[in-house]
Design a protein around this ligand. Structure first.
Ligand SMILES: [Zn+2]
Length: 73
C-alpha cells in the first residue's frame, strides 16, 4: 500500500497560488536550455494548470518525462 497521497484525474487538487482555482491536467510543450547546448523542447509534458489564475505546475509524471528526455540527449 502506498503511503503517498496521490491525486487522480477525477479529483482536481486546489491551486497553490490563488487557493480558489482547481488544477486541471493539461499537456504542454516544455522548453528548457542545457548548459552550453541549444534550447530543447520536450513535447506534450503532462502538467497541471489552474483554471482561475492560469498558474502551471509540473507534477511527478511531467518531471519524469523531462528527466528521461534530458538523459537521452
Ligand atoms: Zn490559481
Amino acid at each position: 500500500m502506498k503511503m503517498h497521497t496521490q491525486y487522480t484525474d477525477s479529483t482536481a487538487p486546489p491551486c497553490f497560488e490563488c487557493e480558489s482555482g482547481a488544477l486541471r491536467p493539461i499537456q504542454k510543450d516544455y522548453i528548457t536550455q542545457l548548459k552550453g547546448r541549444n534550447t530543447i523542447t520536450i513535447k506534450k509534458v503532462p502538467m497541471l494548470r489552474c483554471d482561475q489564475c492560469g498558474d502551471t505546475v509540473i507534477g511527478g509524471e511531467g518531471n519524469d518525462q523531462i528527466e528521461n528526455e534530458l538523459r537521452r540527449i
